[in-house]
Design a protein around this ligand. Sequence first.
Ligand code: FAD
Length: 403
Amino acid sequence: MQRIGRTIVVGGGPAGLMAAQALVDAGADATVFDAMPSLARKLTMAGVSGLNITHAEDFARFLSRYGAAAPLLVAALHAFPPQALRDFCAGLGQETFVGSSGRVFPRAMKAAPLLRAWLARLAAGGARARTRMRFVGFEGAACVFRRADGARETVAFDACVLALGGASWPRLGADGAWVETLRAAGADVAPLEPANCGLLADWPQGFLERHEGAPIKNIVVTAAGATARGDMTITRRGLEGGPVYALASAVRAAGAEELVVDFKPDLDIDALAARLAKTRAKDSRANALRKAGLAPAAIALLRLSRGGPAPREATALAMRIKCARLPIAGVAGLDRAISTSGGVTFESLDEHFMLRARPGVFVAGEMLDWDAPTGGYLLQACFATGRAAGVGAARYLESLNPR
Ligand SMILES: Cc1cc2nc3c(=O)[nH]c(=O)nc-3n(C[C@H](O)[C@H](O)[C@H](O)COP(=O)(O)OP(=O)(O)OC[C@H]3O[C@@H](n4cnc5c(N)ncnc54)[C@H](O)[C@@H]3O)c2cc1C
């Protein structure tokens, strides 16, 4: 097939790979460059605890999750909505299913089978990959890379899509080192900040041996005036999970030092006290709590809550279960945040995600200045903006060389 121009994609995560897919589909050249030895390491890591690829709620509600960025993302998300992503996965042999609360996962749960099938499809379409190639800047209409052997290599392009990610979990590849390069190229870049972070806790000895990795299901957490519901997980460093991530910014801003947990949000204090009162007098407190429906890890957390040993009297114990004050030691930083807020502002881009200051250079994915909660919204916007940038780059090439 005759190619319509030299196109490079820099950054081989979900956004970059989707841009490459759109370019290949449009008959353009696509070589994906990445600094790491293999592509899409963060996507692979995301699959370790179940790849929540998108969300199945109705489109208006879905869009509202992007807050102030919703009007800026609506065209890309409308052109490549959650169902299109699910169809795309199915086309790669990876059927998806809707889990609890509408979150969508591949049946395999992991990212690896999807990624393998996708890379094979890209290669069959003519896309190439060059790894261990670190983008360090522009030289005219060329990208400059530093190779693993330290040598510089300049690669000329007609169109280029940058999809270098944010700055969280830098050991997976995205380290935000592009910020100054992009500013020098004339883009406005809002500072990168950690988003969707876990909370830190100083767990006592012994606690982790028994409870690390344990999920605490269906709880309501409150801190610094913010409240969220869902499941959280005990980790070596503290607590992770959707409701914790939802509170992290408020906790950081307020410097809050405790998290209030309602372990039984569907029961009011009286109903819970009645349930506790039914347990036998000779039951240990732990037994009574188990009979009231608390998992062992939740009971252990309750023991660590402020206010001394859990009271015996049923109403006082119910109040403790519904209002446990757990000490926290801060918010995780960029090294372990799920995502970053900030990035290339939409004012710097035209409607096809092309840099106004640098015609022919497009930007996609987490590099852009939008933010969203966990729940599949992050990946969906990365795929959708990657596709929009790839389509935009193909159009740009066509405008240079009308057929
Ligand atoms: C532990 C974890 C779990 C997650 N789970 C989910 C989830 O279940 N659902 C969800 O929606 N989101 C999840 N996310 C977030 C999601 O993975 C990211 O938002 C998404 O991967 C960002 O895609 P991207 O393509 O923009 O950037 P990235 O995936 O970060 O890819 C950027 C690529 O650019 C390369 N790169 C960076 N700098 C350079 C350079 N200078 N030169 C060359 N290459 C470079 C990197 O090596 C990388 O391959 C999770 C994140 C983490 C850390």
